[in-house]
Design a protein around this ligand. Structure first.
Ligand SMILES: Cc1cc2nc3c(=O)[nH]c(=O)nc-3n(C[C@H](O)[C@H](O)[C@H](O)COP(=O)(O)O)c2cc1C
Length: 228
């Protein structure tokens, strides 16, 4: 599966089969997490066979059989939230590519003492539930139009249109899609975030930027004023 195929087939999955991750999947995930932690200067950690974090919540999105998850943690800095989204999405697409399902989770989980490490000056940003979904999930939600999230025009380059299409498939908190991509000819893209009472717009922009890169092809453009 290519990364673009993984991006197109990903949906948030909240209900999982009650079985542990295969050894090969655990090994592949651990290696990818190490690689991305180095690349993104993060402290993401895989938590296995831990069922308490997702017990007893009836709130937004109802989860079942979550016993594995990734904690996205990093040292405090101005770019931390954007990087958490960007590298978190990179990891989520990797997981999709090896046959796993995921769901980013901002609020509806418990932080379990001893299940992961939070260093001094570090902050917990997000959790990502991971496992074999009961189903693949499906896209039953609204998606904005390209012209609502970009300055797309009939004569925009093809790669820009494809980048925007891919960004529109990005997961965002409460599906808010508060991001914007401005094409600056000939080969620059300026990303920006909107505002929201729900928050998470920096993380969402990081996620959408990663999707944009996959859709557009990294060699076609440079980010202008990247917050990463
Ligand atoms: C930063 C962030 C936080 C999220 N938090 C939650 C959450 O707390 N509970 C939940 O069920 N889904 C959560 N989601 C999943 C979104 O609801 C989901 O991505 C969005 O509705 C789009 O659906 P899709 O991922 O299937 O395309 C979160 C997603 C993101 C990106």
């Amino acid at each position: 599966m290519t990364e673009l195929e993984a991006l197109r087939s990903r949906h948030s999955v909240r209900k999982y089969q009650d079985r542990p991750l295969d050894d090969a999947a655990v090994k592949a995930l651990q290696e990818e997490i190490e690689r991305l932690n180095r690349e993104g200067n993060l402290h993401m950690q895989l938590v296995l066979n831990e069922r308490k974090a997702f017990k007893g919540f009836l709130s937004y999105g109802s989860f079942s059989n979550v016993s594995n998850y990734i904690m996205i943690i990093g040292r405090k800095s101005d770019s931390l939230e954007y990087r958490a989204g960007y590298y978190g999405e990179k990891l989520v697409l990797f997981a999709q590519g090896i046959g796993l399902n995921t769901c980013f989770v901002g609020l509806t989980y418990k932080k379990i003492d001893g299940a992961f490490e939070v260093g001094r000056d570090e902050k917990i940003l997000l959790c990502v539930a991971i496992g074999y979904g009961e189903a693949d999930g499906y896209r039953n939600h609204k998606i904005k139009r390209p012209d609502q999230v970009s300055n797309i025009a009939a004569d925009s380059p093809e790669w820009f249109k494809e980048g925007v299409e891919a960004a529109l498939l990005a997961p965002t908190a409460i599906n808010q899609q508060k991001f914007y991509f401005e094409y600056v000819a000939p080969d620059k893209v300026k990303p920006s975030k909107g505002t929201s009472l729900a928050g998470y717009t920096k993380i969402d922009l990081g996620i959408a930027m990663y999707n944009f890169e996959v859709g557009a092809g990294r060699h076609h453009f440079h980010w202008l004023d990247s917050p990463l």
